[in-house]
Ligand binder design. Structure first.
Ligand SMILES: Cc1cc2nc3c(=O)[nH]c(=O)nc-3n(C[C@H](O)[C@H](O)[C@H](O)COP(=O)(O)OP(=O)(O)OC[C@H]3O[C@@H](n4cnc5c(N)ncnc54)[C@H](O)[C@@H]3O)c2cc1C
Length: 626
């Protein structure tokens, strides 16, 4: 069914009418049709020529069979780690990591960079950055510029996840203003101070600038609908570049907060938590809905017991549209209808109140414009998913803060239901620093199994710990984060273990997982578990992910020994990726033991090359990524 929609993208300053033509079969040249219809300024990237990389790889494949090295799980084999690097790149890496180890430089780096720009001027400053931080952490200014890096990574068995990292450089005041305006509904007269509202879903001005508190992930602020369109444009270019550069093995990462007004994500997250409570109140069960074998008829019976008139038309309709199978309920509400834009939010999320017996909304009032903005967000997501499916590129939806995450995860599951019927196109992300991580994964695995779809997941520890903890303390609600680092690591291993066991016991090859971490113990744990369970590296059911410029001693030996491994490859012009570089410097400085090990490895390899006369080592790989 084709969905034809006209989006009235309304922002304070900009009004544009945008016509989408979305259709499950009508996406033959989606990239072009999107651009020509949207007519927005295109982002400053060009697309990697699809055939260049593939041809190079193919040519070298025909000449010599691909190499495979044994994997040294100490991750201390410097030759294996740095085969792909010239010696001056190792020296640059060492310099960058050394600079990141000085707390004074890290704390004052923004001021120092500003000073350097004023003294050196733009061109010399850019040169300085290319010789240091930019050169180490960023692959180039646009998709054309990064082509040699992607080819080089590929020839050493490492695939790429492209991430266009240019960011709006908003001041703290601007960020706060944008966040406060976009997280509170115009229909909310209490302006989020309503005491009946759950504390974690209230909006706190102190935390409005989400970039503060050591957040090491990219942050989007809602500026306008037009800006969201530009973000779609950027994600599509990434997908296109991935498709061209890596053929069917490519991945693109997206953040849902880049695609619409975040207020609805907060409100939907609150609805999800309230729905769980309502379910428990009505049924009296402590089990989660998906595991409870409860059918709509049981809910009807329980409501009768509570003297709710279940013969009212609205209640009859509500019971009929529940999402269930022979094992019982999967959802009280039809989220797929919502994501497919067949419902408006305020109509869908109503339940018969136990107190009044009347149908009452679980969601706070939204204006018509906000309803429309939610639909715009869903259209954008569908469009990205359709283009990705058409181009055989997988899309990873990043996990974000806990006040957005229940909605992000739920919407992602619905996208999986629609797009993961034949293979895993959409991947969800689970943060193991959350107390609920294991439970969330188990429930989603069960849901995916019952729906017969492919389950794709990225497992991370989590990037927003400091902010989450402070916010919970300030708001007076329970800290959602595990109490210690060890508890987070246990949660990671337990969750990963469960997923890998289900890969084996289910045997339908419908589960794919990315172990996204820089932690060597976690990688060792995964590799050993794969061996124990008989999951082969080239089955691509389990893959690994690290950031470009970090932990090469993990990524390259994995790739060179035939494991499926990805680097997140950021790209963008120097000036526009400075916020990204700030985060890398901050993250590095907080990982002192990792930093020390990497510096030791780099030094060892430089000395080894000097001693063995290999200073002019020319990287030449013949490894084919699996
Ligand atoms: C490819 C890739 C994709 C990623 N995508 C996402 C994403 O979508 N969303 C996201 O949130 N993050 C994402 N991250 C970041 C990730 O969540 C971690 O912040 C980062 O990788 C550091 O964790 P680690 O396992 O690599 O290293 P480690 O050093 O082993 O772990 C550090 C992490 O442990 C946890 N931790 C530290 N101290 C404590 C404590 N006292 N109590 C409890 N927990 C603690 C925190 O999560 C911290 O970030 C991604 C990382 C990679 C490599």
């Amino acid at each position: 069914m084709a969905i034809v929609g006209v989006v009235r993208a309304v922002s304070k300053s900009t009004k544009i009418g945008i016509r989408y033509i979305l259709g499950t079969t009508n996406v033959k040249s989606p990239f072009i049709s999107y651009h020509s219809s949207v007519r927005l300024k295109s982002s400053p990237t060009t697309v990697v020529s699809p055939d260049a990389t593939v041809d190079t790889a193919r040519k070298s494949n025909e000449e010599t069979p691909p190499e495979r090295d044994p994997l040294d799980l100490t991750f201390e084999n410097t030759q294996a780690a740095y085969k792909s690097k010239k010696t001056w790149e190792l020296v640059r890496g060492l310099l960058v990591l050394k600079l990141s180890s000085y707390p004074y430089l890290v704390e004052n780096h923004e001021k120092l960079l500003g000073l350097a720009q004023r003294i050196l001027g733009k061109r010399l400053f850019q040169l300085l950055m290319k010789l240091t931080f930019y050169g180490h952490f960023v692959a180039g200014k646009d998709a054309q510029d990064i082509k040699p890096t992607i080819e080089c990574l590929g020839s050493f068995g490492v695939k790429s996840i492209l991430d266009y990292s240019a960011e709006e450089d908003l001041s703290e005041e601007e960020a706060k203003e944008a966040e406060m305006a976009s997280c509170i509904s115009a229909a909310d007269e209490t302006k989020s101070k309503d005491p009946s509202r759950m504390k974690q879903f209230q909006v706190y001005e102190q935390f409005a600038d989400r970039r503060k508190y050591n957040v090491t992930a990219r942050t989007y602020f809602y500026l306008s609908e037009a800006q969201c369109e530009r973000n779609v444009d950027t994600f599509l270019k990434c997908i296109d570049a991935v498709a061209g550069a890596t053929k069917s093995t490519g991945l693109a990462a997206i953040k849902m907060t880049a695609l619409g007004r975040p207020q609805v994500l907060i409100q939907l997250s609150e609805v999800i938590v309230n729905t769980r409570k309502y379910f428990k109140e009505v049924t009296g069960t402590q089990k989660n809905m998906i595991m409870s074998n409860v059918k709509p008829s049981y809910i009807e019976h329980k409501l009768d017991d509570m003297h709710v008139n279940t013969h009212q038309d609205e209640v009859v309709k509500w019971l009929q549209q529940m999402d269930y199978d022979k094992k019982g309920l999967m959802n009280i509400f039809s989220w797929s209808d919502l994501v497919d834009m067949n419902y408006v939010l305020s109509e869908l999320f109503k339940v018969p109140s136990i107190k009044t017996g009347r149908m009452e909304p679980l969601i706070r009032a939204l204006t018509d414009e906000e309803e429309e903005m939610f639909k715009n967000m869903m259209r954008r997501l569908h469009y990205i998913a359709q283009v990705a499916r058409e181009k055989d590129v997988r899309v990873m939806i990043d996990a974000e803060q806990t006040y957005f995450q229940p909605a992000i995860s739920r919407i992602t599951m619905e996208l999986m239901r629609k797009y993961n019927k034949e293979k895993a196109i959409i991947f969800n992300t689970y943060q193991c620093y959350l107390k609920e991580a294991y439970n969330n994964v188990v429930l989603d695995l069960e849901l995916a199994k019952r729906q017969g779809i492919f389950f794709g997941a990225k497992l991370v520890r989590g990037a927003y710990m400091e902010q989450e903890r402070l916010r919970a303390k300030q708001g007076g609600y329970e800290d959602p984060i595990n109490p210690t680092y060890e508890a987070t690591s246990d949660m990671y291993e337990r969750t990963l273990n469960e997923i890998m066991h289900q890969i084996i016991t289910r045997g339908d090859r419908k589960i794919a997982i990315m172990v996204a971490t820089h932690n060597e113990d976690t990688v060792r744990f995964t590799v050993n578990k794969m061996k124990e369970l008989g999951i082969k590296p080239d089955e691509k059911l389990v893959c690994f992910g690290q950031l470009y410029g970090m932990c090469d001693q993990i990524s390259f030996p994995l790739g060179q020994s035939g494991y499926s491994v990805y680097k997140y490859v950021p790209y963008g012009p120097v000036q526009e990726v400075l916020p990204y570089l700030s985060r890398r410097a901050r993250e590095n400085s907080s990982l002192l033991s990792k930093l020390n090990k990497e510096r030791y490895l780099l030094r060892t390899e430089i000395i080894r090359r000097i001693k063995s006369g290999q200073v002019f080592h020319t990287p030449k790989g013949n490894y084919t990524p699996v």
